[in-house]
Design a protein around this ligand. Structure first.
Ligand SMILES: Cc1cc2nc3c(=O)[nH]c(=O)nc-3n(C[C@H](O)[C@H](O)[C@H](O)COP(=O)(O)OP(=O)(O)OC[C@H]3O[C@@H](n4cnc5c(N)ncnc54)[C@H](O)[C@@H]3O)c2cc1C
Length: 257
């Protein structure tokens, strides 16, 4: 991803649902931040435990802790960036930081990185997400073709985590299903079967989920519905039992294998 790192501060922090903390960060250095990056991700650089200053030099001996987050919004006037952090679901440096952040806290923002789904010419899209990727979906909903069939399934464990998406009303072909379940490994797959069985053409499938779910859905749609490799855009946004640094190493090893 583009490695420009900008120093920023927390402008506001709001618990928008039981498991989402919305944090707006601002900076004079956002003046040249791309305005069309809604739905793209940034790396958030965080201070080490007990410290308030964040190391912005990515090559430093003791670099900042870094985690990926997706841009919900970019303020058209002051360039402030809105990010939603999953909290109360796990203990990690970023979720802990987000829970305790106060106005004025310092972070680094690197990026934005490229969006994963780039083919905007298909007639059918099936988009699978959880709370970590809800803002990626929000971004795609603004740019996918109006006349394409776009079926979105977002699984959440708690009904109160259903948040508003900026759905364009004119896009009557776009449907959003919030799947409230504690068992996505079976119920999300059941939904995927239901949707895929109803398509008369191969969908473009985008999924950004926990790693083992990505694997299961990929296996299902490949084996049972013969969805081509080129029609699957899949990303493990997190992996149960492994932190983001460990997951990054795994992904690097897999891409080399
Ligand atoms: C491109 C991209 C965009 C992303 N955008 C967002 C976003 O907008 N919002 C967001 O909240 N996350 C987002 N994520 C996921 C986020 O980067 C990871 O969840 C990250 O691991 C969180 O860091 P942490 O320091 O809180 O936990 P870590 O220190 O990385 O992990 C600690 C432990 O918590 C577990 N864990 C991590 N995340 C979760 C979770 N969501 N639920 C349950 N257990 C978890 C891990 O398995 C590990 O055992 C994105 C990931 C990618 C790749």
């Amino acid at each position: 991803m583009a490695r420009k790192v900008r120093r920023a501060t927390v402008l506001s922090t709001t618990r928008i649902s039981p498991h989402l903390q919305r944090i707006v960060v601002g900076s004079d250095e956002f003046a040249d931040f791309p305005q069309d990056a809604k739905g793209a991700y940034v790396k958030v650089l965080l201070p080490h435990s007990g410290e308030s200053k964040v190391e912005l030099d990515l090559q430093a001996k003791r670099p900042a802790l870094m985690r990926s987050y997706t841009i919900r919004n970019i303020h058209p006037v002051n360039g402030a960036i809105t990010l939603d952090f999953v909290v109360n679901q796990h203990k990690g440096v970023a979720s802990n930081w987000a829970q305790n952040a106060v106005v004025g806290d310092e972070v680094g923002i690197a990026g934005p990185g490229p969006k994963k789904l780039t083919d905007l010419t298909q007639t059918h899209y099936l988009m699978l997400a959880d709370l970590t990727s809800v803002n990626a979906i929000n971004g795609y909903l603004q740019v996918l073709p109006k006349d394409a069939i776009v079926d979105v399934i977002i699984h959440v464990a708690d009904k109160a985590d259903i948040i508003e998406l900026e759905q364009i009303k004119a896009n009557t072909q776009h449907s959003i299903k919030w799947l409230v379940t504690k068992k996505p490994e079976t119920e999300l797959l059941d939904q995927v079967i239901r949707f895929c069985a109803g398509y008369n053409t191969q969908p473009m499938v985008f999924m950004a989920l926990e790693a083992s779910l990505v694997k299961s859905v990929r296996r299902l749609i490949t084996n049972r519905f013969a969805v081509d490799h080129e029609h699957i855009v899949a990303s493990a946004y997190w992996k149960r039992g492994i932190d983001a640094d460990g997951l990054k190493v795994e992904k690097q090893q897999q891409s080399r294998a």
